[in-house]
Design a protein. Structure first.
Length: 228
């Protein structure tokens, strides 16, 4: 392809194993130092710094400074959604990591995808919002309905603040493990934050796992996933 977007350059940046490990480590939504990312990638700090410069130059990462320390995070929702989609494609093609561990089932059940809920509970939430007609799909993308707007306000979501943001309120994100859609966008982030503030869920340190309490899972399903 001689004209148009250069997917080869993007693919080369993400396709390097060390850079891929750094990017997926940042899928937890936090910011990490070069030393922490070097450990995730299994390379020296000097090598990690070289990789980080390339990712930052391509606007895949942003850098934040706090005192003497520099932290790196994914640039935006688009990067997170791209990585989640690529992970889903890799899983469907059988391109999986050889090492598994006890956290795999937990990751599949509920995890953070950059800044919103993913996994089985994330998909159940999306399906429930659709079934209750709180969300509707227009041109393949989710849109909050008037009933959904009222429901979110009643649930304690600050809709004025969310709608004032420049990024989309609702976005679909293909879940890599469930291989179905979960909710991204500022509303997806707002819902996860609300679940945490209610004490229904918490994020495990240094992990993408979102751990719901038994009560929290019951409340989530009752609130947004009606049983037929």
């Amino acid at each position: 392809m001689k004209e148009g977007p250069d997917i080869a350059q993007l693919g080369a940046l993400i396709g390097d194993p060390a850079r891929a490990n750094m990017l997926t480590a940042l899928m937890a939504g936090g910011a990490l130092t070069a030393s922490e990312l070097a450990a995730e990638a299994g390379v020296t700090v000097q090598t990690a710094s070289s990789h980080l410069k390339k990712l930052e130059a391509a606007d895949l990462l942003i850098q934040r400074k706090q005192g003497r320390h520099r932290y790196f995070a994914l640039a935006d929702d688009d990067v997170g959604a791209l990585l989640e989609t690529m992970m889903g494609l890799a899983a469907r093609r059988g391109l999986t990591r050889t090492r598994t561990g006890p956290k795999d089932p937990a990751l599949r059940k509920a995890r953070v995808c950059y800044n919103h809920l993913a996994g089985e509970l994330g998909v159940a939430l999306y399906d429930g919002l659709m079934a209750s007609e709180l969300l509707a799909e227009i041109d393949g993308e989710p849109v909050l309905t008037p009933a959904g707007h009222l429901r979110m306000e009643g649930f304690g979501i600050d809709m004025v603040a969310l709608e004032a943001q420049r990024r989309p309120l609702c976005r679909s994100c293909l879940d890599w493990s469930a291989r179905r859609t979960h909710l991204a966008g500022s509303l997806g982030q707002g819902l996860l934050s609300r679940f945490e503030s209610l004490g229904w869920a918490s994020r495990e340190p240094a992990s993408r796992v979102v751990q719901f309490t038994a009560h929290g899972e019951t409340e989530l399903l009752a609130a947004f996933c009606p049983q037929e």
